[in-house]
Design a protein around this ligand. Structure first.
Ligand code: NAD
Length: 285
């Protein structure tokens, strides 16, 4: 049997460390705070925002919620971001994606002060990541690296195949892996012979959003598999469940795999909290 990497336990441990850092900052007069902006009434976004705010509370991070109507003006949203950028009591700013049609997400995200960009999506932070000078690193890739670090000591020369080339998962995780001197192949929907490419990998990071894309025969014995995918599927009886990108039941020959749910997801939120505290720490000088 392959080993299941317990993302929930690792996320709890990280959040405990974050809570301890919050306490330490408080004693030096800094009260770490995250501003969360939700535009519109997307039910999934609402759930994500509630979860993030709930986890902030548990770690002792103050959260400030701003809800704007779906038809809000982009200028009003940018004005709010400007005000939060200028507020010294706010250390992190998160704009929940996706934004409603008609609002240019790139323009909005670019407005956030890079020092408060706890999602790590601002071009300045993307540039720092790609040059190996650390700014704020996107939460999901950061969480993936921590999960991998629990089973891999030395990445030098390992063949890593990343499936998916998005700006929020595939590309940044590839940058982090390159920094560790892995040999990284980034693949996507147009990649040819993906099963053959995957089969050569020591590590597979699957972030395609394609349920059970990675089958047993794609994975070489002893490989480590990180399943980032989250797809909600409805069963015949009308019940819904979350499915990852990997056919985990076919991966007994892997060395270690992450479950879905309970793998990357909890780490993403825990990393959001740790990024917020890191931003507060850096601002405090
Ligand atoms: P995206 O839609 O922006 O990008 C998907 C990428 O996968 C694209 O590059 C596409 O070319 C590639 N792809 C799609 N189908 C493919 C296929 N059949 N073969 C090869 N490549 C394929 O998605 P994203 O935002 O990067 O998210 C990817 C998945 O990860 C989604 O299921 C998303 O819900 C999940 N996700 C999970 C977390 C978490 O915290 N666990 C965070 C972010 C994203």
């Amino acid at each position: 049997m392959s080993m299941m990497i317990d993302g929930r336990a690792m996320a709890r441990a990280l959040s405990d460390r974050t809570a301890a850092s919050v306490e330490r900052l408080r004693t030096s007069g800094v009260d770490p705070a995250l501003a969360v902006i939700l535009v519109g009434d997307n039910p999934a976004s609402d759930i994500y925002v509630r979860r993030k705010i709930g986890e902030c509370r548990k770690a002792g991070i103050r959260s400030i919620e701003h809800r704007l109507a779906a038809d809000c003006d982009e200028v009003a949203l940018c004005d709010l971001i400007d005000a939060l950028n200028a507020d010294p009591a706010v250390h992190g700013i998160l704009v929940q994606l996706p934004l409603p049609a008609g609002i240019d997400a790139t323009r909005v995200l670019d407005r956030i002060d890079p020092a408060k960009d706890v999602d790590g999506f601002h071009p300045v932070n993307v540039g720092r990541l790609s040059t190996g000078t650390r700014g704020l690193v996107p939460c999901t890739p950061l969480g993936i690296m921590m999960l991998l670090d629990s089973v891999i000591d030395d990445y030098r020369g390992l063949n890593v195949v990343v499936i998916g080339k998005s700006n929020i998962v595939g590309k940044p995780v590839a940058m982090l892996l390159l920094e560790r001197e892995a040999t990284v192949t980034v693949t996507h929907i147009e990649t040819r012979n993906l099963p053959d490419i995957a089969r050569a990998a020591d590590v597979i990071v699957a972030a395609a959003g394609a349920p059970h894309l990675v089958r047993g025969y794609w994975v070489k014995p002893g490989a480590v598999v990180i399943d980032v995918g989250i797809t909600r599927v409805i069963d015949h009886d009308g019940t819904s469940r979350i499915v990852g990108d990997c056919a985990t039941h076919e991966l007994d020959h892997a060395r270690a795999v992450t479950p879905v749910p309970g793998g990357v997801g909890p780490m993403t939120i825990a990393c959001l909290l740790s990024n917020t505290v890191m931003a507060a720490d850096r601002m405090a000088g």
